[in-house]
Design a protein around this ligand. Sequence first.
Ligand code: PRT
Ligand code: MG
Length: 212
Amino acid sequence: MITLALSKGRIFEETLPLLAAAGITVTEDPEKSRKLILPTNQPDVRVVLVRATDVPTYVQYGGADMGVAGKDVLLEHGGEGLYQPLDLNIAKCRMSVAVRADFDYATAVRQGSRLRVATKYTHVARQHFADKGMHVDLIKLYGSMELAPLTGLADAIVDLVSTGKTLQANHLVEVEQIMEISSRLVVNQAALKLKRTRLKPLIDAFASAIQP
Ligand code: PRT
Ligand code: MG
């Protein structure tokens, strides 16, 4: 049995065409079903639905043989025990610093002010501000980062941006782009050895279906 860990939503949706290229069709709709294990048209392939941040953990410990996870999630996880053969070029966005539209970020940086930064991505944020030689106090959040500058919890946030509509709706502006983000295929290293004859063709099929 091959177990693939995916998160519901954009990763699931954008992985479907890659699965199709490998001859795999998921036979139940995760938005309609409450099942956490979804069958496919291949009797030896199943999909498990986990939180996006849990995908690397499932694959690392063998709860799944492979999975699809955002670079944001992989950088926070650390990637230990994971083979990352492919950038799938899906679920694309960027990781950015954003502040309230009325906050003068450039001046705060120039004056060396100690900023409070709220984020789910503390590893990436710590590295980014260290590289800039800035002292920041990081506040770990698990969601709705946009709220932090509006309530006075923080001066800035580090969050993912795709269309920019969420920032705009909350009167925030993007002041720095830290990195481009897309999702990668991650494979359990032991599974790759033990189930290589089944996994290698799947990886090759995904590779051939990646859109530029
Ligand atoms: O939503 P949930 O709390 O269940 O989990 P999650 O947010 O971890 O999962 P999900 O499915 O929302 O995101 C999975 C992966 O998709 C992330 O790990 C990213 O790699 C990738 N991705 C791509 C994004 C976005 N684009 C994105 N826009 N993840 C989140 N967003 C959010 C962003 O955090 C912000 O709140 O969308 C909002 C901004 O979108 P725009 O279009 O308004 O700019
Ligand atoms: Mg989300």
